[in-house]
Structure formats: structure tokens, C-alpha cells
Design a protein around this ligand. Structure first.
Ligand SMILES: Cc1ncc(COP(=O)(O)O)c(C=O)c1O
Length: 400
């Protein structure tokens, strides 16, 4: 056998890829189907007009050719209009937008485009695991940056200032925060931008949950001068139920976008045009789409909070995003033990907080990407501690 590259030594397979394989085999053991409250892949349909646009665009004469590396003008214009409408931020569609095949690929592109071997990268703990993994793949060193519960899950910038930051090149932040649901405000972003300028650090703000259960969507570019030291990732996966379509974008000043483009243009050969045309239509939808979506998530959240109460977890009802995040009160219980207990006794899968970093170990994350009925069924199963219900129609969501 030819050995794998050394850069894979410190990188593990994504937790969900492993856990879903286990759940799959549980589902084949003849028992009841596991109810999956773990994954953040929206189960609701995208807007019908977006699906119709996709179908119509399939017949365009140039639909099936390679597309431009920087996305079709229509999609870039749509992202620019979306920034103006929702954040009141002006973005030049020619030079400041780079459409992506989902924002996850953007995490890799930012890492490959800006990190040199040995550079340090501040990654939130708890936080999205790809920030650390992509840092490692790029030869960088992830430095866990504690998000403090008492500070509303923000980093303590004064504590960070006490560290040697001379090797830090990049810093990941993400608000509304996954997994905690914490929201940012302009004041915090302003402090962060000042911090980044002081230490010459590039901020990468990952913003895929911006409209979900969040009354005040914010862009890092709501802070003036942020474009000098920050780039932002946005996505259609969560806010338009289009996770499988793989559409997102980088927003930033021209030099940053050009740098990422140098890497990205060597990785892929553009996005399928019908997907881009349809995504442009999604971005042009008004606030009613978001209001309707949030009504559904609010109902689901109420049901998920009942599970939190049943499990005797402490939680914040005001969180944004697609998850409820709850703290285990018992001292000698960790998130892996508790979630495995729930999985094996009740056949309900809930995400253990430790996969988001050491600071997540006393927490559980419940996803709102299942129907209210399935969430209530999960509650019943957890109450009973064993499976007595019939869930023939329940579906296991296998998207990661
Ligand atoms: C914080 C965060 N960032 C980025 C992503 C990736 O989203 P996508 O690649 O679908 O745009 C996710 C997906 O779960 C996420 O939770």
C-alpha cells in the first residue's frame, strides 16, 4: 500500500461521517429507526420559485458548459443586492464577491490562501470543527480561543492580549454562533476589528446562520474599516433550505478576493449555471420568506426546549441559528456518555458538545432540522427511556 500524505496525520474523519455510519448499522439491526436530532441539514423545501428557475435554466443553451471561475454576473449582482437589502452594506459585484460551492469549501480556501506552515490561527472553542482541520491541512497551528459563556460566548479580548500573538495570522469567528446560538452586536465587532488591526490578524467571519431566529442580522462589514482586516463567508444552505445545492460566497475587499481566487481557480471549474441562476432568485426574495421559515423553527425550538428540560439541562431560549445548546448540570457526566446513553436507550441521536472543542464537553446540541412531530416523538422516547412507539414514517436524515 502507498502511505497517505503526512498532512493527514493530525486530521480525523469528520465526526458525523463516523457517527452516521454507526446509526446506519443500528437502523439495520431490526430495531426502531433512530430519530436524528444531530445534523444541521435543513429538512424543509427551498422556495418553489427557486426550484422552478433551476428547472427552466436547465434548457439554456450554455447551461451545461464550464462557467466562469468567479460566478455568473447575475449571481454576483444578487449577492450584492442581498447585502444592501439585509445589512445595508455596499459590495461591488465585480471585485468584492466570490461565489463558492458552499461556505465549507471557503474555510479550506481561506486556510490555503493565507496560512503559511507554522502560522497560528485562533479558532473558537466551542466552534465548527472545520476551522481547526483546514488550518492543519494548510500546515498551520490551530490555537483554541475560548468563548466565554459569561461573555455571551465571545472571546475575552483582554485575555487574548496577554498571549504572544506575534505568530497569529488569522482568526475565525462565527455569529450567530454555532453551536451555542450566541449573537454578536456592532460593539463587539467594532472591538474585534480594532483588535485585528492592532495585531495584524485577518478575521474570517463565518456567517451562514444570519437570518435563523435572529432579529438583527449583522455583517462584519457593518463596522466601518472592517474591509481592511476581515473577510466574510455567507451561505444559502441554512437560510434558504439549500444545503445540498452547495452555494455560498466570500465577501471582501479586492486584494483578499483576488488572493483566494488564485487558489480556487486551480481547484474547480466553476459552478453549474442553473444552480447559480436559481440561487440568484433565492437571494432576491423578501423578508416574508425568512419570517415564514422562522415561524416553523420557533415551533420546533419549543419542542426541543422540552427535551432540554426533560434531560435537566440549562439552556438559553434566546439563541439564534438551527440548534438549542444545553449544559449538563451533573458534574461527573460528559457529553459523549450522555448522548450515547440517549442513543442506545432511546434511539435518539443528539450531538455531544465535545466535538466542538474542550469547552463543549459539558453541553449537548439539539438540531431543529427535524419536524416538530419527530422532535416530540424523541421527547416521548427519552421520557420512556426505551422504544415503544411506531416510527415507520420517520426518516433518518443522512446529510452531513
Ligand atoms: C458554522 C458553520 N459554518 C459553515 C458551515 C458549512 O455550510 P455550507 O458549506 O453548507 O455553506 C456549517 C455547516 O454546518 C456551519 O455550521
Amino acid at each position: 500500500m502507498i502511505s497517505a500524505a503526512k498532512r493527514l496525520d493530525d486530521v480525523t474523519t469528520y465526526y458525523f461521517a463516523r457517527k452516521l455510519a454507526e446509526i446506519d448499522s443500528m437502523n439495520k439491526d431490526g430495531g426502531k429507526q433512530v430519530l436524528n436530532l444531530g445534523i444541521g441539514s435543513p429538512d424543509l423545501m427551498p422556495p418553489q420559485i427557486v426550484i422552478d428557475t433551476l428547472c427552466q435554466a436547465l434548457s439554456l443553451p450554455d447551461a451545461h458548459k464550464y462557467q466562469s471561475y468567479k460566478g455568473i454576473p447575475n449571481l454576483r449582482k444578487a449577492f450584492s443586492g442581498w447585502y444592501k437589502n439585509h445589512f445595508d452594506v455596499e459590495v461591488n459585484p465585480e471585485t468584492q464577491i466570490l461565489p463558492l460551492i458552499g461556505s465549507k469549501e471557503g474555510v479550506m480556501h481561506a486556510s490555503m490562501s493565507f496560512i503559511n506552515p507554522g502560522d497560528q490561527v485562533l479558532v473558537p472553542d466551542p466552534g465548527y470543527p472545520s476551522y481547526s482541520m483546514c488550518t492543519r491541512l494548510a500546515g498551520g497551528i490551530p490555537i483554541p480561543m475560548s468563548l466565554e459563556e459569561k461573555l455571551g460566548w465571545k472571546p475575552d479580548l483582554s485575555k487574548l492580549r496577554e498571549r504572544d500573538l506575534s505568530k497569529v495570522k488569522l482568526m475565525w469567528i462565527n455569529y450567530p454562533n454555532m453551536p451555542t446560538g450566541a449573537k454578536a452586536d456592532v460593539r463587539f465587532f467594532t472591538e474585534l476589528v480594532a483588535f485585528a488591526k492592532e495585531y495584524n490578524i485577518l478575521i474570517c467571519h463565518d456567517n451562514p446562520y444570519t437570518f435563523i431566529l435572529n432579529d438583527h442580522p449583522l455583517s462584519i462589514f457593518n463596522v466601518s474599516g472592517a474591509e481592511e482586516c476581515a473577510i466574510e463567508l455567507v451561505s444559502l444552505s441554512k437560510c434558504y433550505n439549500m444545503a445540498g445545492w452547495r452555494v455560498g460566497a466570500f465577501i471582501g475587499s479586492k486584494p483578499y478576493i483576488d488572493t483566494i481566487m488564485t487558489f480556487k481557480s486551480n481547484m474547480d471549474s466553476g459552478m453549474f449555471k442553473p444552480v447559480q441562476e436559481a440561487a440568484a432568485v433565492a437571494l432576491s426574495l423578501g423578508k416574508e420568506w425568512i419570517e415564514d421559515l422562522n415561524e416553523k423553527y420557533l415551533e420546533r425550538k419549543e419542542a426541543a426546549c422540552e427535551i432540554m428540560l426533560e434531560l435537566d439541562l440549562e439552556f438559553d431560549t434566546d439563541g439564534a441559528g438551527l440548534f438549542v445548546w444545553g449544559k449538563i448540570k451533573e458534574n461527573n457526566l460528559d457529553s459523549e456518555t450522555l448522548t450515547n446513553q440517549i442513543l442506545y436507550d432511546s434511539r435518539v441521536f443528539i450531538t455531544p458538545g465535545h466535538i466542538f472543542g474542550a469547552n463543549g464537553d459539558k453541553y449537548l446540541r439539539i438540531s431543529l432540522c427535524s419536524s416538530k412531530d419527530d422532535i416530540r416523538l424523541a421527547l416521548q422516547r427519552i421520557r420512556q427511556g426505551l422504544i415503544t412507539d411506531n416510527v415507520e414514517n420517520s426518516h433518518l436524515n443522512t446529510n452531513i
